[in-house]
Write a protein that binds this ligand. Structure first.
Ligand code: DSN
Length: 415
């Protein structure tokens, strides 16, 4: 860990809690598809004095003095992001994924406008129109589903709904969908009905930056992403768009949605984008996908049902009905065995979201630790042993010990 001498002396109570979390991260397997480990340089940038500054506005157009150096931080983050994703314009100020998406809707839509997106229980995101979310409350979302048989997005259905509903915007890019997305076809459909194209690549940004998945940025009107998932940067987000929408997006983020940017986080974004521009990052992105495919294969051989039958990215949704276990029980059992996953709905889930039928697994954090196929096979075995021994505390403790031994051979990058 970085040097926390001052923190440990002044606030031993909090320092102890953080140390325990560090130990947990070091000794447990992280398979939540939206998490990762940042590098030490990213962590260092987040802990800098840049947090002391207020800088409402944009480089050279701030509402506060003393921003001549902060401007350079933000410009660096923007330039690197543009290069990484071939973007015409980038706004690096969004604080997180949902506010970034809110800013996109603010920029392109009026309340009540129609948007087409994927249903949450089919792999979509809350901010893609769920009724309990601001997106579903403010805008008129119509939603498509994945095909019942294949578990994949059915572009014929998307086209049919788009032609019938004539949405003003089509959103693609998901939180629990394991397949490549046909950005070209989405763009074609949007052009047919005169809709804006919006891609939310929060989950796959690192795999796109690492050149292992297709990039919607040159094609779509606007693209949002978080920076902390496969992209391995600090907690935060950004929006990329065509130059012609730059002003609208910037206005929607500030003053539309947010106050002052978090300059220490923008500095850490710059560091992470720099890391992602390094050719080594492609090797990581490639290994993430190899690991995910290996995990699918192994789990299938152990008779787990994988939604859509496989994966093209870092994640998969496992239908735990194939083992007569709920997603909640699977999540809690795996937690006891030292493996973090999250419960997940499956398409047309008969069970409620707090007790859904599936779990979602991701392999990006494992790849960041340097784990490869051999370790993934072992982890699949631990998962299966844990699920087979639900309720047997001693057995789960034993697996936890084996997990810890494995983890100690692969230190986390941020430690
Ligand atoms: N919480 C993120 C995820 O787990 O996918 C999305 O908001």
């Amino acid at each position: 860990m970085l040097n926390y001498d001052n923190l440990s002396q002044q606030d031993p109570e909090l320092y102890k809690i953080i140390s325990e979390e560090k130990e947990r991260q070091e000794n447990e397997i992280e398979m939540i598809a939206s998490e990762n480990y940042v590098s030490k340089p990213v962590l260092e940038a987040m802990g800098t004095i840049l947090t002391n500054k207020y800088s409402e506005g944009y480089p050279k157009k701030r509402y506060y003095g003393g921003n001549q150096i902060i401007d350079r931080v933000e410009e660096l983050a923007k330039d690197r992001a543009k290069k990484l994703f071939e973007a015409e314009h980038v706004n690096v100020q969004p604080l997180s994924g949902s506010p970034a998406n809110a800013a996109v809707y603010f920029a392109f839509l009026n309340p009540g406008d129609k948007v087409l997106g994927l249903k949450l229980d089919h792999g979509g995101h809350l901010s893609h129109g769920h009724p309990v979310n601001f997106s579903g409350m403010l805008y008129n979302f119509v939603q498509h589903e994945v095909n019942v048989e294949t578990g994949k997005i059915d572009m014929d259905e998307v086209r049919e709904i788009a032609h019938k509903e004539k949405p003003k915007m089509i959103v693609a890019g998901y939180s629990a969908y394991s397949r490549e997305i046909d950005w070209q076809e989405f763009k074609k459909i949007a052009d047919e009905v005169g809709a804006y194209t919006f891609a939310d690549i929060a989950h796959t940004a690192g795999l796109i930056a690492g050149k292992q998945m297709n990039n919607p940025v040159p094609l779509f009107d606007v693209v949002s992403t978080t920076t902390h998932k496969t992209l391995r940067g600090p907690r935060g987000a950004m929006i990329m768009c065509k130059e012609k929408y730059a002003k609208d997006i910037d206005k929607a983020v500030f003053p539309g949605m947010q106050g002052g940017p978090h300059d220490h986080i923008n500095a850490a974004k710059a560091v992470a984008f720099g890391e992602a521009l390094n050719p080594e990052f492609s090797k990581y992105a490639r290994q993430v996908i190899i690991n995910a495919k290996t995990l699918v294969q192994k789990l299938k051989s152990l008779e787990y049902k994988i939604i859509s039958g496989g994966t093209d990215n870092h994640l998969m949704v496992v239908d735990m009905n194939s083992k007569n276990v709920t997603g909640k029980d699977a999540e809690q059992t795996l937690e006891k065995a030292g493996i973090s996953v999250n419960r997940s709905t499956i398409p047309n889930d008969p069970n409620p979201p707090m007790k859904p039928s599936g779990i979602r697994l991701g392999t990006q954090a494992l790849a960041s630790r340097g784990m490869k196929e051999k370790e993934i096979e072992l982890i699949a075995k631990y998962i299966d042993e844990a699920i087979t021994n639900i309720g047997k505390e001693e057995k789960l403790d034993g697996i936890r010990g084996e997990v810890k031994n494995l983890c100690q051979k692969f230190p986390i990058p941020s430690a």
